[in-house]
Design a protein around this ligand. Sequence first.
Ligand code: BG6
Length: 255
Amino acid sequence: NYIRVLRGLDNLESKLKHELGLKEVYIVPGSEDEAKAQQELGRRAARLLKEKLENNDVLAVNGGTTLAAVADFMLANNGATDITVVPARGGLGEEVEIQANTIAAQIANKLGGRYRLLHLPDNLDQTVVNTLIQKPQIKEVLNLAKEADILIHGIGTAEVMARRRQVDSLELEKILEAGAVGEAFGYYFNQTGEIVYSTTSLGVQLEDLKKKVGKTIAVAGGKKKAGAIISVVSDEYQDMLITDREAAEEILDLL
Ligand code: BG6
């Protein structure tokens, strides 16, 4: 704690909490080395999850490299039991290591819990989505995710995420012209937090974060993501943010 005070992290946390209107903000010291910074975020988020999870909880997770780090740092369980972990969305057609399914399974195994998966891409036609969500096996997993006790997700910059989701160049132009800076859950947000574009999706919707999901935790760091974090995070959707010093200082500069 003494070290945290010296580093000014406590002070930074309360400023950010106030500016973003969140209940809880956690800041790790961070590093200029991106891989190291992500590991620190992962370690902190894994610890927080273990503190927050209670017996019989359902945990929903998104994909991404940050969430993959969370899964890596999850320790074997010595706390809550009978945890069910589900992906918050279908896959992205991304590398398997960073898909929500993989991360859900990894975390469940470490916690000695169970997992349910969604073996579906994330960018299907709405008509196909409407048919699929009627299937009992899919419906069951989706309902678990939408009513999760805790949901943890990453945040990406709009451009990086659009490219990762393999949108064509015309679509990408449209997204950026609409002023998108940040992305989460397939929703693209502009600087002032308005949704300017969204992909069809099978899984937890932004609205679910307000009404059905218990606690929502966002985890994202690095100076480059500051604008994206501002655009995505709000007291409407998130309860907690885990970030690093680089992002926190830049966010306060930008606001
Ligand atoms: C994706 C989520 O899997 O990860 C996105 O669906 C999020 O909503 C992204 O923006 C963040 O990825 P990363 O690799 O920057 O942690």
